[in-house]
Design a protein around this ligand. Structure first.
Ligand code: FAD
Length: 498
């Protein structure tokens, strides 16, 4: 008889209730299944897998120290459970609750049906502030506080293992058939790297968090960079919240003002993390459909594949937009403001529906977290009905966030010779100036695919026209606000734009 711990997006032994509960009851089999069908989806990619594989290697070593290495299998989870049940008899299945995409939801349904059919009790434990089968958002903030205040669980001192083949470690190199674009500057996977980032953020890097997170030049250093570790569970959210609170409680000196403000802003993001995932938990359709169905006809009819390709490949002719996209290709991460600008540019200037751009970004993000991702996509493209629409001006962002053009030069080297003052709008250089600088727009770097001021004006006009006389839009917005809106008092955790 075994107690089976099914690892998913929780690749750690610390603060891991399924592992602790299984170990208390007897022999433990910790399992990770490489699900090839998942890795063939259009929102998954090799870079995410490579990060996970590094987390799995560390987890395997850690579990080995506790007494039982990680058992690795390939295929469908229910097939794997079948074999293991026949061989060992599974007395209980233990895992964390997951709010993933539609595919993982259906997979979980199949596992639930399998467990019922075989009389195997399946215990699922929450690992964040997300509440299953939530009736109302009214008391949600209190739920979140309670969860985050629960004491952290240390790993079990020892787990009694089981005589089972641990599986072929070569499998960790790559399942087949998914997006394989290289990501040479990706963050390394594994808990150790995540814990080191948390420590350096709270002790050194985080002081200027608040002022630095808008620019891609400074956010890379002053942001926590914890997103992929949180998304794949190498570090738990509760650990991060508690470490932050401990640090805040020690910041009492007169010189600690910047630190206190920065960590307060950081805490808000940790709250938003769950706030957004809760929305997908409550309304999974938003992976595919507009949160506000009244906006269904807004962009559904128009999709220009050439504009999409230019955006996707970092060849729109707007240097700052292209630099952001090219950084994402190489690093698998970019800061919040730039993600928002990329989506705003795709949605408003290029008038593309969020779904295809969203899948492209999901693949590029090592930290792809469906609950945050689909909500943010919809917020930034104006289809939630409860958020202020923001059309970012890509040249203004460029001037504000990268005044000297350092970021553009790093990622769009073909513009390297253009002086600071002109690099944000190189199309304004005369033909003679271009020749003098050795960069011909339209030959060495694309001419802008749209006139960005004209495109923003047209987008505003279309939006106004779409909304005109539609009182039904407001009615629906109120009901969305009642269902999903934050009830958090402004000031404590400032509302996450909805
Ligand atoms: C269009 C779009 C798509 C996004 N997709 C994802 C995604 O797939 N996965 C993801 O983790 N984040 C996503 N974000 C949110 C945000 O951009 C990243 O969490 C952040 O840039 C990660 O860097 P960091 O860890 O240094 O963040 P920090 O600023 O240090 O924040 C700490 C943590 O708080 C959470 N967080 C931060 N900002 C937000 C936010 N606005 N909403 C919800 N949670 C937040 C993340 O878990 C993050 O790791 C998206 C934002 C936009 C605009």
């Amino acid at each position: 008889m075994i107690h089976l711990v099914w690892y998913k997006r929780d690749l750690r032994t610390h603060d891991h209730r399924p592992l602790v509960e299984a170990a208390r009851r007897g022999t433990v089999l910790p399992l990770y299944v490489i699900e090839e069908a998942y890795w063939r989806l259009t929102d998954t990619s090799l870079r995410q897998w490579a990060f996970i594989a590094e987390c799995l290697r560390e987890l395997d070593a850690e579990l080995g120290r506790l007494g039982q290495r990680l058992v690795l299998r390939r295929g469908s989870v229910t097939d794997v459970l079948d074999v293991l049940h026949r061989r060992h008899r599974i007395a209980g299945l233990y895992s964390h609750e997951e709010t993933g995409n539609a595919w993982t939801y259906e997979r979980d349904q199949a596992v639930g049906a399998w467990a019922r059919q075989h009389g195997v009790p399946w215990q699922e434990y929450p690992q964040s502030g997300v509440v299953r089968r939530l009736k109302t958002r009214d008391a949600w903030a209190r739920h979140w506080e309670r969860r985050m205040a629960e004491p952290l669980l240390p790993p079990p001192e020892h787990i009694s293992g089981v005589g089972e083949n641990i599986g072929d470690r070569n499998w960790l190199t790559a399942p087949r058939g998914f997006d394989r674009s290289p990501c040479p500057l990706r963050q390394p996977g594994g808990r150790e790297a995540g814990v080191a980032l948390l420590e350096s953020f709270l002790s050194r890097r985080g002081e200027r968090y608040r002022s630095d997170i808008s620019s891609p030049l400074t956010a890379a250093r002053s942001g926590s960079r914890l997103s992929p570790y949180l998304a794949h569970g190498a570090v738990g959210l509760r650990e991060v919240v508690q470490a932050t609170r401990l640090r805040l409680s020690r910041l009492r000196g007169p010189a600690d003002g910047a630190w206190r403000k920065s960590l307060a802003s950081f805490q808000s993001r940790l709250y938003w993390h769950c706030h957004f995932i809760q929305k997908l938990e409550d309304q999974p359709e938003i992976e595919f459909r507009n949160l506000h169905r009244g906006y269904d006809a807004l962009r559904e009819g128009d999709f220009d594949p050439d504009l999409f390709d230019a955006w996707r490949m970092g060849r729109t002719g707007l240097p700052f937009v292209d630099a952001c996209m090219r950084m994402l290709w190489q690093e698998g991460w970019i800061n919040f403001r730039m993600r928002a600008m990329l989506v705003s540019f795709a949605s408003y200037h290029l008038w593309l529906h969020w779904r295809e751009p969203g899948l492209h970004l999901a693949r590029l993000f090592v930290d792809y977290e469906p609950g945050i991702h689909y909500n943010q996509l919809q917020m930034q493209s104006g289809t939630t009905g409860i958020n202020t629409n923001r059309i970012y001006n890509p040249v203004k962002q460029s001037l504000e966030q990268d005044p000297s053009g350092e970021f553009i030069r790093r990622w769009v080297p073909e513009l390297g010779s253009i002086p600071d003052g002109r690099i944000h709008e190189p199309w304004l250089l005369t033909a003679e100036e271009q020749r003098g600088l050795g960069v011909v727009i339209g030959r060495d770097y694309p001419a802008p695919v749209i006139d960005h001021l004209e495109a923003a004006r047209a987008a505003r006009k279309r939006l106004r026209g779409f909304r005109q006389g539609r009182s039904d839009l407001r009615v629906e917005s109120r009901s969305i606000q009642a269902r999903h809106g934050s009830r958090r008092q402004r000031g404590r955790f400032r509302a996450a734009n909805g």
